[in-house]
Design a protein around this ligand. Sequence first.
Ligand SMILES: C[S@@+](CC[C@H](N)C(=O)[O-])C[C@H]1O[C@@H](n2cnc3c(N)ncnc32)[C@H](O)[C@@H]1O
Length: 226
Amino acid sequence: MNNEKVHENEIIVTADGSHTVHSNMFNCSFHSLNGAIQESRHIFIENGIDYFVKKTGCHTISVLEYGFGTGLNAILSYLYGIDHKISLIFDSIEAYPLDFNTIRKLNYAQLLGIQDSLILQFHENKINDQICESFKLNLHKQKFEDFLVDQQFDVIFFDAFGPDDQPTLWERPFLDHLAKMTHSNSILLTYSVKGSFKRALKSLGFSVEKLPGPPGKREILRATKI
Ligand SMILES: C[S@@+](CC[C@H](N)C(=O)[O-])C[C@H]1O[C@@H](n2cnc3c(N)ncnc32)[C@H](O)[C@@H]1O
């Protein structure tokens, strides 16, 4: 693996050739080292947005992401919207945005066939940023714990660091807060299938299912609000 030191973060090349970032603040990587793009596509796009579109037939979907990070999930969602003629309103929360030196070094533009300037635009911290006709980005530069809006989202990308690193985010009462921003049929996707997390979601009115994970990860979780 080629590692390149950049300020407080380190860029790592994962097994599918796509970059991830190792956060020195949290001492964790943003994605699986088995493949960042592969993991994001599998969990959040195929088992999240694509599943929701096929299940509901909706052509306009609202997404709330916990943890904007590199912006990879947002960029893959944007590309999905274009390919499938789906409009997305994408809200994402991030309290510790990456510095632009790190963002400029990420290889997502090259691997996904998009302009470098588009990647930078995703990180500009704007609300109501109409990136293209079918994709509106609202980037909320604040802590997850402080984010509460009077809106119910269709799809939640729960992409905080793991339950061992950020335990309170995977428990009630934090999850009560999140559940207020869901409606009946909202879905939540994440990469952890921890038992206490599943029980907390069930107690908040979600049904939970374990799904096969991307290469290198046995299972992932999808929860549906009943
Ligand atoms: C696993 S990474 C997210 C990866 C991201 N979805 C991507 O596509 O690159 C988790 C992110 O959550 C952010 N974060 C951690 N704790 C937070 C908190 N309490 N409030 C807001 N952001 C937080 C981190 O800075 C990090 O960017």
